[in-house]
Design a protein around this ligand. Sequence first.
Ligand SMILES: [Zn+2]
Length: 98
Amino acid sequence: MKLRTVLQKAVLRRRLERDATVTAAKLRNQPPGPDRDRLVRHLKRVQLALSRIRWRDYGVCAACGQPIADARLRLMPTAGTCAACQKKLDAHASAERR
Ligand SMILES: [Zn+2]
């Protein structure tokens, strides 16, 4: 593994850990409702991303197994799929809502 990738992963991991801490703190003061649900969902995504870093498959698309682009991970550290697969999933989800 390239050093650059290792460093990027460490930076992302710190960001995610901080995000998890901040979100957990917000949750403690958040009354039940849609805002709380949103925080719970966000915390779950962050924790999932953190556990994927620990399993060493972080940054790999869960759908096609290809590496997720660095730019996408920087923008969305909790991304579990590559942009192409996410597009397909979104299209599928919106088709089901219709
Ligand atoms: Zn993919």
